[in-house]
Design a protein. Structure first.
Length: 241
């Protein structure tokens, strides 16, 4: 069960509960929504108490992951419920994200040497490398094992080339897609550290018909991560930059 924590604005003349719990269905996905009352003058200690009460009720209802409000700063008050990790969404949109950043820098994919680095060859790594290899002329792959077979597979199936790299080759990369940390050379290189949730990511865009069904105030990347993970929306199709 996924929890959804939302700040509820104070309405004058209306009696409101400090914490209200209700079920919400978003794009055929079930969430347990906790609405925490917060006014412009609500003391921090009162907000902390309400967040703790909401977290306790969600946890008792079986919630193990939670989507937090935008710019939430009280994660230390969560006990037993983990904030949704946005890493899967960052990885699923890696190729589109890279193309967006290249376009902003005035660079063409066909002229860019892109290095993809990972500690192992996961499904997302393979999908990203395949997408990049089909649109970029020079794609370098840095993985400890499995790279040779992927190179042969891409050449056989799509007729594209993929280069396995050493440190010397990587130093000439114009862009880096990092599924795991690597030492990089060149201060001007574009780097997307997909393993770092603190790294700023542009907000993906949904079609208006889907957008209007999403709640306001929820952390956008966390919410989209859950919807992509559960198959409610598709990265690269419904969700783009």
């Amino acid at each position: 069960m996924i929890g959804l924590l939302i700040w509820e604005e104070v309405q004058k003349g209306v009696r409101q509960k400090p914490v209200a719990i209700r079920e919400e269905i978003l794009l055929h996905n079930r969430f347990l929504r906790a609405e925490v009352l917060r006014g412009s003058r609500t003391p921090e200690r009162i907000l902390h108490r309400r967040v703790l009460a909401a977290e306790k009720r969600l946890r008792k209802a079986g919630v193990t992951e939670i989507i937090l409000p935008n710019h939430f700063t009280m994660t230390e008050h969560l006990d037993g419920i983990q904030p949704v990790s946005t890493l899967p969404l960052r990885q699923a949109l890696a190729a589109d994200w890279l193309r967006r950043e290249l376009k902003e820098r005035g660079l063409r994919p066909a002229d860019t040497r892109t290095a993809v680095a990972a500690d192992r060859l996961t499904g997302e790594v393979v999908r990203t490398v395949t997408d990049l290899a089909l649109r970029h002329r020079h794609v370098l792959l840095d993985v400890p094992y499995g790279g040779e077979e992927l190179c042969r597979s891409l050449r056989r199936e799509y007729g594209v080339s993929l280069l396995l790299t050493e440190n010397v080759q990587r130093q000439g990369a114009d862009a880096w897609v990092l599924f795991s940390p690597r030492e990089q050379a060149g201060e001007k290189a574009l780097v997307l550290p997909l393993y770092d949730e603190a790294f700023p990511m542009p907000l993906p865009v949904l079609p208006p018909a889907l957008e209007e069904k999403l709640p306001l105030g929820a952390d956008r990347l966390q919410l989209l991560t859950v919807l992509v993970r559960n198959g409610a929306i598709r990265a690269g199709t419904d969700l783009t930059f």
